[in-house]
Ligand binder design. Structure first.
Ligand code: SDX
Length: 424
């Protein structure tokens, strides 16, 4: 597999260390640094900026060109021509399903949507004003205590059933968070409804009144799910892989991913974008916020802008903007926040600070405006990201367990006190 070699000299070491270099199907070559441990050396890479922590065949990002591929297929083509459950199948299995496989997959997911009745007690333990992500961390972790018949992580069928359960139950659990927060009864899933439609129904129907779902909104919701489905080795996916590497319960691993996603630097950014746009409040205030974002002394950053990997437009943000325009037109909404967002984007894209650092809008910049227009409260935005990303997490978890593996165990550059004796 190693067709090239890197050679490393280190002051004080009188040998040249040879390191294998591997080429993937796309992307930069990687240097295998594992031989360094035997020479008494570690690499140092806080934030994993230059570290490939695993080999993977699921998703590829070319950050300079702004390209995102799932199993080789460009995200814009998937968002336009496919649907979320088909993308789930693709991520999990490596190929698009044929008509029969798709039908069977959709049917299987539809038949796993209900959650154990006792899970309701977990919701009741939370305060009504709890953040829905706090509830999601708890209830998804609690799934570990329910589904004991599919927990052998070395059994491919068990892993598959776990994946089906998670894909199917996440919308039910997410909608239950919302219903709990507003004091309405939980709505059961309906297996004759599509995935996105079912979610919107469980969010907005009540036992007294059925929610009339617009096909444009169903399509937009499905597209939001698709655009968030996977993104390679981001913080939450790496967390799921690391938690999984110890052999932990799969539902607990997904709960760990939810926790990692919650922060505003990651999935919490969609909620933070709306908060920021509301704070800006008027186009006239944009320059002041741009100034703050550029000030190294000010912790404020432009939410929904910048990305570790993309040094170009996030291809998802373009599809998201188009979807945003469609939804606002369908609902006949003229949202002042959209005007602020559009103007903010224009100003930032011409400002030397953002241009030099190659900071562009990311997936989270426009998603909140669409969700808000649909009537979804801000605090649910990151939950919707978590629901959508569950397929990515479980596909990576499954890939990890499908091949030879070992526990993740980073090392460190120790700069603490030297060995010393306890005062006698
Ligand atoms: C997601 O990794 C993934 O794949 C994640 C994700 C997924 O699908 O899983 O794509 C989802 O998490 C999207 C990102 C959502 N987060 C935000 O929108 C929050 C705002 N963005 C930033 O906090 C930041 O850009 C990050 C966290 C996204 C990336 O952080 P990095 O890679 O550590 O960026 P950096 O600190 O190296 O930034 C380089 C420079 C710095 O300035 P200098 O020190 O060089 O002078 O750019 C500046 C940063 O201060 N900078 C910003 C900025 N983002 C970076 N300045 C102002 N506003 C910003 N948003």
């Amino acid at each position: 597999m190693a067709d090239k070699k890197a050679r490393l000299t280190v002051d004080g070491l009188d040998e040249v260390i040879e390191l294998p270099v591997y080429s993937g199907t796309e992307g930069p070559d990687v240097i295998d640094v594992r031989p360094l441990t035997g020479k008494g050396l570690f690499t140092y890479d806080p934030g994993f900026v230059s570290t490939a922590a695993c080999e993977s065949q699921i998703t590829y990002i070319d950050g300079d060109k702004g390209i995102l591929l799932h199993r080789g297929y460009p995200i814009d083509q998937l968002a336009e021509q496919s649907d979320y459950l088909e993308v789930c199948y693709l991520l999990l299995n490596g190929e698009l399903p044929n008509a029969e496989e798709k039908k069977r997959f959709v049917n299987t997911i539809s038949n796993h949507t209900m959650v154990h009745e006792q899970l309701i007690s977990f919701y009741k333990g939370f305060r009504r004003d709890a953040h829905p992500m706090a509830i999601m961390c708890g209830v998804v972790g609690a799934l570990s205590a329910f589904y004991h018949d599919s927990l052998d992580i070395n059994n491919a069928n068990h892993r598959e059933v776990c994946a089906y359960r998670l894909i199917a139950k996440m919308p039910t659990l997410a909608a239950m968070c919302y219903k709990y927060s507003i004091g309405q009864p939980f709505m059961f899933p309906r297996n004759d409804k599509g995935y996105a439609e079912n979610f919107l129904r469980m969010m907005f129907s009540t036992p007294c009144a059925e929610y009339e779902v617009s096909p444009v909104l169903v399509r937009a919701m499905d597209r939001i799910f698709t655009l968030h489905a996977d993104h390679e080795q981001n913080a939450s996916t790496s967390t799921v892989r690391l938690a999984g590497s110890s052999g932990a319960n799969p539902f607990a691993c997904i709960a760990a991913g939810i926790a990692a996603l919650w922060g505003p630097a990651h999935g919490g950014a969609n909620e933070a974008v709306l908060t920021m746009l509301n704070e800006i409040g008027d186009e006239a205030n944009i320059p002041e916020f741009i100034k703050r974002a550029k000030d190294p002394e000010d912790p404020f950053r432009l939410m929904g802008f910048g990305h570790r990997v993309y040094r170009n437009f996030d291809p998802r943000s373009r599809v998201m903007k188009k979807t945003c325009d469609e939804v606002l037109a369908e609902l006949n909404i003229d949202d002042p926040l959209l005007r602020i967002a559009t103007r903010l984007e224009e100003i930032a894209l011409e400002d030397p600070y953002f241009v030099e650092r190659k900071l562009y809008p990311n997936v989270d910049f426009y998603s909140g405006i669409i969700l808000k227009a649909m009537g979804i409260p801000t605090s649910m935005f990151t939950v919707i990201f978590a629901m959508s990303r569950t397929i990515g997490w479980i596909s990576h978890w499954n890939e990890f367990h499908s091949s030879p593996n070992r526990i993740g165990r980073p090392r460190q550059l120790y700069t603490g006190a030297k060995k010393r004796d306890y005062p006698g």
